[in-house]
Ligand binder design. Structure first.
Ligand SMILES: Cc1ncc(C[n+]2csc(CCOP(=O)(O)OP(=O)(O)O)c2C)c(N)n1
Ligand SMILES: [Mg+2]
Length: 628
């Protein structure tokens, strides 16, 4: 039996009947479809979504975004919140609509989060080429702007004939639901092919369940990992995002309690173990806690779990200074498990942790770090927590410090509330200071650290967890790049709590610039000063609070931490998207992570500031090493 449908109608019907299942729990794989229409998709995918809604023949709800990059961010926020078991499709028009999604695709792939992208493409028949917005490449008529998705997609295909659709769809679903391979999946859809009819076998549309596996560790690999761990005197666990996506928090806690091994976390892994667990030592690396970084420096064995070891995590490969340091890497992706010449333990984080706990706690020969070491860690941690308390309650004048905003929010938020951030000076301060109590509480996108993720990603997170309050922290720079999804939140009645932190420019890059001898050049939002010729004139007459109000949000202006606390309570109590606005001092002090990040300084320069920074750079670089 066959059914006659267009390519777009078949696509929509197929997506509506895909499910994932893990641990016996089944859910829709593709929750709905984000989109912005143009001539590339209005009559194809657009018609198919309309027909699906009007006839009820396929259940794929349409959501309209205001910017294509943002709809990918929203899908990522949603998929991350749902531990990668569910996501959205995103349809965009040909040309700029599609290329606007490339940044989102890179973000998804780097963070290993599934999202299905459906950029539109120029006619497969080339009947009217060159179309409006078609890239004409004189070397080949086969090239389009959608080829730009190739390096940032884990699967990429162009559907030039209807017959190609079924196998492409099956491959796309496989990659989206494979925890080792997942990321952005791109199916480019020529606009004529979208509207073309075909007789499809009915089996294409039967409900399909994609079983998300929990690969078990291979026994000999487990044996090797256990041998390395048993030899360790100063081991350290680094918990990455994989721990959270695999829902391995409880397994991590049991492992830590059985062995006494301290647990540090990455940006994606924060909250895997609650901050006040006796084994938790906070963030590791360039923006980590000095306690975790001291342990990393002396560690003889590092057990990385579900981490990709970004430069922030390894302090650009200066974090681990023990000459004999060895790595054991538990990761579902062999690519990550092999890093730093580690003993590779390819497995699901939960399955791997359970196997390690069992192998290390065999009665009589159970492994445990020595008590004196544990006591020292607890003492250091207690001292560090005092530093965090001080940063939370600095009383900085006249404008409050950013660390006080984070402190007020941390103390205000419930365990199940979610904080969302991505770029600027906040991710670093959050990684160092945030006290996470739930694995889904801390949602900082730091794989791509993409300005503009915050509001859109927060929207997706809220769609995934309507029962949680979502607090989006957004800097003035990020806000100016992508505030437009406030309109989407308002139109959909999806309630967000936004905290807009105004510090008149790129505070983060300003301090980075200063530390590298570049004198904060071009990092502040100021008038151009006619005498200096630089952007260091007066403060601009920009009112972002008024801007947020103009987009349909409720806005509360605050000036002090006390006012902020009252505003947060008001925001929580409201059922409308609310923006709490506060100005902070970008020069307020922040505790040191006692770590480093490799940003090369000019080797030769006419500027004293640069020459001094270069000397400091060369000194720090001496600690950098390969782990072989
Ligand atoms: C899309 C994008 N462009 C540029 C950067 C580089 N960058 C990182 S932080 C930052 C400034 C962020 O400004 P703001 O949101 O105001 O945060 P602040 O640094 O002031 O805390 C820039 C330009 C980036 N991460 N993402
Ligand atoms: Mg700023």
């Amino acid at each position: 039996m066959t059914v006659r449908l267009t390519v777009a109608q078949a696509l929509v019907r197929f997506l509506a009947s895909q499910y994932t299942e893990r641990d016996g729990v089944r859910q829709r794989l593709v929750e709905g479809c984000w989109g912005i229409f143009g001539h590339g998709n209005v009559a194809g995918v657009g018609q198919a979504l309309l027909q699906a809604q009007q006839t009820g023949e396929a259940d794929l709800k349409y959501y309209m975004a205001r910017n294509e990059q943002a709809m990918v961010h929203a899908s990522v926020g949603f998929a991350r919140m749902r531990n990668r078991l569910q996501t959205f499709a995103c349809t965009a028009s040909i040309g700029p609509g599609s290329t606007n999604m490339v940044t989102g695709a890179a973000l998804a792939t780097i963070n290993r989060i599934p999202v299905l992208l459906l950029p539109s493409d120029f006619f497969a028949t080339r009947a009217a080429s060159p179309l409006l917005q078609e890239l004409e490449d004189p070397r080949s008529y086969d090239v389009s702007v959608n080829d730009a998705f190739k390096p940032v997609s884990r699967f990429w295909d162009r559907i030039s004939r209807p017959e190609q659709l079924p196998s492409a769809l099956l491959a796309a679903m496989r990659v989206l639901t494979d925890p080792a391979e997942t990321g952005a999946v791109t199916l480019a859809l020529p606009q004529d092919v979208q509207a073309e009819a075909h007789d499809w076998p009915e089996q294409l549309f039967t409900e399909r369940t994609w079983f998300v596996p929990r690969p078990q560790p291979e026994p000999s690999a487990l044996g090797r990992a256990v041998e390395v761990l048993r030899s360790a005197r100063r081991p350290l666990v680094i918990a990455g995002g994989g721990v959270i996506y695999s829902e391995a928090g409880a397994a991590l806690r049991r492992f830590a309690e059985a062995t006494g091994i301290p647990v540090a976390d990455t940006q994606a892994g924060k909250g895997a173990l609650a901050w006040d667990h006796p084994c938790a030592v906070g963030g590791v690396g360039a923006t980590g806690s000095p306690v975790a970084n001291a342990l990393a420096r002396e560690a003889d064995v590092v057990l990385g779990i579900g981490t990709r070891y970004s430069d922030f995590t390894t302090a650009s490969r200066t974090a681990f200074q023990n000459r004999d340091v060895r790595f054991v890497n538990l990761n579902v992706a062999a690519f990550d498990a092999g890093k730093h010449a580690g003993a590779s333990l390819v497995a699901d984080a939960r399955a791997g942790l359970e196997a390690l706990t069992e192998a290390l706690s065999i009665s009589g020969t159970g492994y445990r770090v020595d008590d004196a070491h544990t006591v020292r860690i607890h003492e250091q941690n207690a001292r560090w927590q005092q530093v965090v308390e001080n940063a939370y309650h600095l009383g900085h004048q006249p404008l409050p410090a950013q660390t006080e905003i984070l402190g007020a929010l941390n103390e205000f938020m419930d365990e199940r509330d979610v904080v969302v951030q991505a770029a600027g000076s906040m991710p670093g301060d959050l990684q160092m200071l945030w006290r996470a109590r739930d694995p889904k509480q801390y949602h900082v996108e730091y794989g791509y650290s993409c300005m503009g993720y915050e509001i859109a990603g927060g929207l997706g997170a809220k769609m995934a967890a309507p029962d949680r309050e979502v607090f989006v922290l957004v800097g003035d720079g990020s806000y100016l790049m992508m505030a437009q999804e406030i309109v989407t939140a308002v139109s959909e009645g999806i309630k967000l709590n936004l905290v807009l932190v105004q510090n008149q420019g790129f505070g983060s890059i300003g301090s980075l610039s200063e530390s590298l001898g570049s004198q904060r050049f071009g990092t502040r939002y100021r008038y151009r000063d006619p005498s200096s010729g630089r952007l260091d004139g007066d403060v601009l007459p920009v009112d972002l609070a008024a801007n947020a109000a103009s987009l349909g949000a409720d806005v509360i202006r605050t000036r002090t931490v006390k006012e902020l606390q009252a505003a947060l309570a008001q925001s929580r109590a409201s059922d409308r998207t609310t923006v709490t606005y506060i100005e902070t001092d970008p020069l307020a002090p922040v505790p040191s992570s006692e770590s480093w990040w490799d940003v090369p300084v000019s080797q030769t320069s006419a500027l004293d500031s640069t020459r001094q920074a270069r000397t400091a750079y060369e000194a720090a670089q001496r600690d950098q090493r390969m782990y072989l």
